[in-house]
Design a protein around this ligand. Sequence first.
Ligand SMILES: [Zn+2]
Length: 53
Amino acid sequence: MICPYCGPANELVTDPGQRRARFSTDCEICCRPFELRVVWEPGENPVLEVVGF
Ligand SMILES: [Zn+2]
């Protein structure tokens, strides 16, 4: 995941079946919640965007 507080420090953990997803998560390092949007096209790396924190 990419934390807006810590920066891109953690590896992404996402269900590959969800090609377009929007979810909230907590940072494993600083434990602060934030919201991400993911667009995952087949054969490409997922594109992550922080939409709120
Ligand atoms: Zn963090």
